[in-house]
Write a protein that binds this ligand. Structure first.
Ligand SMILES: [Fe+2]
Ligand SMILES: [Fe+2]
Length: 199
């Protein structure tokens, strides 16, 4: 796993913009440490984190070409916002180029932007690390650490609420899959699911 990490890191350094390169490295380090906490092979966190945005800067045609390799059609929201395809495209790209076949890694990357109900622990780790890596400057360091100390589903709810608030501000719709994930987590953690809080 570590050899692949080094190889993907070299690719990222050569092919991604400085901003995204830095973000990917931050995400990989945080995902690695969260894997240690939840007893998952840390190398998986590194590989998942470093490659999650690998397709983020593909042009639209290449992104669509790779995303469709998973055998699923383009959904209406993906037609409308093709950038949402970068998770699906990235998973297919690392499968093809680095022969990464671990379904947990591939699924984590596929759904890292909007999530889905029934996410595995590695997918949750990536979802969290993507949003809470130290380069994100909307949080004070102390607050960031406090949130990261919560139970994993409580952190997930925090991240989802942040994403929903952002989409609302931008006048964008919240995907059904994200809402279903929210409901699943809220039921699990006992939080009362008040629509006005998430709409
Ligand atoms: Fe992303
Ligand atoms: Fe990201």
């Amino acid at each position: 796993m570590i050899n692949r990490y080094e190889s993907i890191l070299a690719y990222i350094k050569k092919n991604l913009s400085k901003k995204r390169r830095k973000h990917s490295i931050h995400v990989s380090i945080l995902a690695e440490s969260l894997c240690k906490r939840y007893d998952i092979e840390p190398g998986k966190g590194l590989v998942t984190g470093i490659s999650h945005d690998i397709a983020r800067e593909f042009d639209k045609d290449k992104m669509v070409e790779y995303a469709k390799k998973d055998g699923n059609p383009l959904y209406p929201w993906e037609e409308k916002h093709p950038i949402l395809l970068h998770g699906r495209a990235g998973a297919e790209y690392i499968k093809e180029r680095w022969d990464i076949t671990d379904p947990w890694i591939l699924d984590a990357i596929r759904f890292h932007t909007y999530g889905k109900p029934g996410m595995g622990i590695l997918a949750k780790i990536l979802f969290i690390a993507d949003y809470l890596e130290p380069g994100r400057n909307f949080l004070e360091e102390k607050e960031r650490e406090e949130i990261l100390d919560l139970r994993i589903d409580a952190i997930m709810l925090y991240v989802l609420k942040g994403k929903f608030a952002y989409l609302k501000k931008k006048g964008r719709e919240i995907l059904q899959t994200s809402l279903l994930l929210y409901k699943e987590l809220a039921n699990k953690t006992g939080e009362i699911n008040e629509k006005k809080n998430i709409g």
